[in-house]
Design a protein around this ligand. Structure first.
Ligand code: ATP
Ligand code: MG
Length: 278
């Protein structure tokens, strides 16, 4: 365009809108908004988790009561009747053996029902609740015998997610039951170890131990490994004749993001997707 030429009409007209530019107050406002949003999301997610866990625990308590009043009571009644029949009837040797087998099956069924009821008990998610519940389980199974039972927690104790608490309790129950039934131990240590982002349960006895390559008939060890696998936890059993046995299960604990962490992630995301100042 030469110097004398008229200006294009757009240049001569009034300015309707300037292009938007990010300024410091805008950015501060935006950050405050993001922090507020993160706080709201954090609060709502926390509430939802709480409501869901509370509903699950209430349902479990109802189930535990129902199982106690039906299943466990029936096993106790059947066992009582069978025992009376066995003692009072003049049974042949073969019938006596059959009656004893039936009584043993009822006893195991009753024991299993009690174990399931104990596993439904609320309060396992707290680390001290878990350690106490396992110690009580060991005391109940050892029936006031000479076994010295110790339960401990170390590291920074945290709340356990429901699936981890359930799995640890079930594995703990089986490891304790094995020690009491097979090890002839004098001492049992039940411990929970909290690491930076994992938690481990150890059940250790000083009993007879066993050769790991031997053929094992029961479902217990296999079941413990399967339960751990189902939640992505690591299962380990170390034993040897005369060396005692240690069962270890280790689960990853994803740390629940805190409010500053939510906010930090939100700001990082915005910076990555591009706020440009000029
Ligand atoms: N803590 C232990 N001390 C000594 N021996 C053990 C211990 N734990 C397991 N065992 C041995 O390993 C075997 C297999 O254990 P597992 O729990 O799989 O089956 P079980 O206890 O015999 O039967 P189930 O668990 O099905 O009632 C046991 O029979 C026992 O010989
Ligand atoms: Mg077993």
């Amino acid at each position: 365009m030469h110097p004398g030429a008229p200006m294009p009409s757009a240049s001569r007209g009034a300015v309707i809108a300037l292009p938007f530019r990010w300024s410091a107050p805008h950015i501060l406002l935006m950050i405050a908004g993001v922090l507020l949003m993160a706080a709201a999301i954090h609060f709502v997610l926390g509430r939802l988790r709480l409501w869901r866990d509370r509903a699950v625990l209430e349902e479990r308590q109802r189930l535990a009561l129902e199982m106690h009043d039906t299943l466990a009571q029936s096993f106790a009644g059947i066992g009582f009747q069978l025992q009376a029949m066995r003692d009072e009837l003049r049974l042949s040797e073969s019938l006596r053996i059959q009656a004893d087998t039936a009584l043993e099956m009822v006893r195991r069924g009753h024991e299993e029902a009690k174990r399931s009821i104990a596993a439904l008990r609320p309060g396992l998610s707290g680390s001290s609740g878990m350690a106490d519940a396992l110690r009580r389980e060991a005391e109940r199974l050892s029936n006031g015998g000479a076994l010295a039972i110790r339960a401990s927690i170390d590291g920074q104790a945290r709340h356990l997610p429901l699936n981890v608490a359930d799995t640890f309790f079930r594995i703990g129950q089986e490891a304790i039951s094995n020690s009491i039934r097979h090890a002839g131990a004098t001492r049992m240590d039940i411990s929970l170890h909290f690491g930076k982002d994992d938690v481990a349960l150890l059940v250790k006895d000083d009993g007879s131990g066993f050769e790991l390559n031997a053929q094992h008939q029961g479902f217990g060890i296999c079941g413990m490994a399967k339960r751990a696998d189902r939640i992505g936890a690591l299962f380990a059993l170390s034993s040897g004749a005369g060396k005692g046995t240690t069962v270890t299960v280790t689960a990853h604990l994803s740390s629940r993001p805190t409010l500053p962490e939510h906010a930090r992630r939100a700001v990082k995301y915005l910076l990555r997707t591009g706020i440009h100042t000029s």
